[in-house]
Design a protein around this ligand. Structure first.
Ligand code: SF4
Length: 346
């Protein structure tokens, strides 16, 4: 069978199966790019079942790009409360404002423009451009990487960027000439329902006859997904956060410094990301005001690079009062050596 015929058969089998067995999800009833965008961003780090109700209420309150661009931050975060990773929705609002300014409030149609919007990566841009605008851009994520590894019986490590790039080309070949919207959504469902990570359901797979891993009996070995865990250097932003002459210290519940008190630190790349991560964790705004210096602390098998910032808790509430300590109190607290070095910078 020629490659083209294989592709046609793959598309037909997959889409016929999708019409009969695909999931009925709220965002599957629209081709509105804004709605699809909302669903895809919500789905990035949240389970499908959880997203359903959030999706509906978000669109009830903010039905279009303009309403998202205009809404105040508190109301916006309230709609996202419980979903976590608040940076997602903050980016969405920034993108909505970009669309208002640069596209007169109309969602851009082309992949190359969509991917320029804040917070939109290749997967989301492919999903929106294919589902809302019928463009032949295949979605590449854990599901489709796994399916392609098995269909082509390939042992490329899917944790590597070069594999993702190569599989993007494969996906873009496979989607050509199909209905891009149905094809991508069918691949998402095949990965979620049939060609799952642990237990494949090959008996009911619509593309079983075309699957090289199934023919070779290697489907349980694939995909190869080896992440490099040898990282020994960790880069943090560590914040000396102050309120009313007291300092914020948290007692570690686990990890390297269990039971010792420490300043808050996150593996993030910018002060604004720290502020967002802190808000996600504690629900209280803070502002980093000054960079101090990097402190390097060497453990037996790990090196911490702590980029220390001074900051303030800008909220007048009392939520964090239990974690605030005066200098006299800190003198009596068990604080790790690494964080004592940080404390001495103030
Ligand atoms: S036949 Fe099995 S391994 Fe191959 S794509 Fe279908 S479910 Fe996955």
């Amino acid at each position: 069978m020629s490659n083209l015929m294989r592709i046609k058969e793959f598309q037909n089998n997959l889409c016929i199966w999708y019409f009969a067995h695909g999931r009925d999800l709220p965002w599957r009833h629209t081709a509105d790019p804004y709605s699809i965008w909302v669903s895809e961003i919500m789905l990035q780090q949240t389970q499908v079942d959880t997203v359903k109700s959030y999706y509906i209420s978000f669109l009830e309150k903010l039905p279009d790009i303009k309403s998202l661009a205009d809404v105040d931050e508190d109301s916006l975060f309230k709609l996202w409360e419980g979903l976590g990773y608040y940076r997602r929705v903050r980016n969405m609002q920034e993108a909505a404002r970009q669309i208002m300014d640069d596209y007169n409030g109309v969602f851009p149609e082309h992949y190359k423009d969509i991917i320029q919007l804040k917070g939109i990566g290749p997967y989301t841009a492919s999903a929106i451009s294919s589902i809302a605008f019928s463009q032949e851009k295949g979605v590449v994520d854990g599901n489709t990487l796994r399916i392609l590894s098995r269909i082509y019986n390939r042992q490329d490590n899917i944790a590597l960027d070069k594999t993702k790039k190569a599989y993007q080309i494969l996906m873009d070949e496979l989607i050509k000439g199909s209905s891009p919207s149905y094809f991508n959504q069918a691949m998402m469902d095949l990965g979620a329902l049939i060609c799952t990570p642990k237990k494949t359901n090959c008996e009911h797979c619509p593309v079983q006859s075309l699957c090289e891993a199934k023919a070779a009996g290697t489907e349980a070995l694939l995909p190869v997904n080896i992440k490099n865990n040898s990282k020994t250097d960790l880069y943090y932003i560590t914040a000396i956060l102050k309120k009313d002459n007291k300092y914020l210290l948290i007692k570690n519940k686990e990890g390297l410094l269990e039971n010792l008190y420490a300043f808050v630190q996150y593996e993030v790349e910018s002060p604004i990301s720290f502020e967002e991560a802190f808000y996600e964790n504690y629900g209280v705004p803070v502002r980093l005001t000054e960079y101090c210096k990097e402190i390097k602390h060497v453990f037996s098998h790990r090196v911490w690079h702590m980029n220390v910032y001074i900051g303030e808790i800008t909220d007048s509430g009392t939520e964090l009062d239990d974690y605030l300590y005066s200098e006299d109190e800190i003198a009596d607290l068990p604080v790790s050596t690494a964080h004592r070095k940080v404390y001495n910078l103030r």
